[in-house]
Write a protein that binds this ligand. Sequence first.
Ligand SMILES: O=C(CO)[C@@H](O)[C@H](O)COP(=O)(O)O
Length: 228
Amino acid sequence: MDFTLPILAPSILASDYTRLGEEIDKCNQADIQWLHCDIMDGHFVPNISYGPKLVKAAGSCTDAFLDVHLMIENPDQYIERFADAGADQITVHQEACPHLHRTIQNIHNQGITAGVAINPGTSLQTIEPVINNVDLVLLMSVNPGFGGQSFIENTYQRLQKMSAMRDENGAGFLIEVDGGINLDNIRKVTQYGADVLVAGSAVFKAKNIPKRIENLTQKAKLGKGTIA
Ligand SMILES: O=C(CO)[C@@H](O)[C@H](O)COP(=O)(O)O
């Protein structure tokens, strides 16, 4: 599937679940390419969000690529269920996968793309052995578990290092950044190498959601490729 970079991926975690269809429809009005679903289990992260049933409902409201981020322990146990629910991509946490290479294979075996996520406090070197096997690396720019947190500033250096690792290894994965992205920092995040920008509060707390998505996307485009 071809996408135009940078990609803005609204995270429905910040949406009004009582009007989920309408909220996603507003994203469709802005021609979103990706929709981001955050799965939290109350163990890997200190919060519980939603499961495959809601992912399926969300997917039925859009043609956008369904980007499912599993912040859960034992992700292997749930890969098939989220794939059946319509996930186009599943991302698992390095910190939750003792057999990361096998988990990535399990995702690919479902005929979908695979991502690996890392927390702000985890060394980038820990994912080096799998970077030629994944389609996406997700750098968390907040400690996962809650929407509405502030962006952690050292993400910029981590983005630069991750881009350099990709070049050195001749890898082709996309770099996604998730947490605390807003109108003030989105340009800089893309300047430092992000291809995909997850935004929850910045999208769904806006009065005019389609307009906000357009503004965020425009600012992200201004940053793309401006730092070597
Ligand atoms: O995974 C997470 C939080 O753990 C994120 O996807 C949040 O949903 C992003 O929300 P904002 O920081 O943009 O409000």
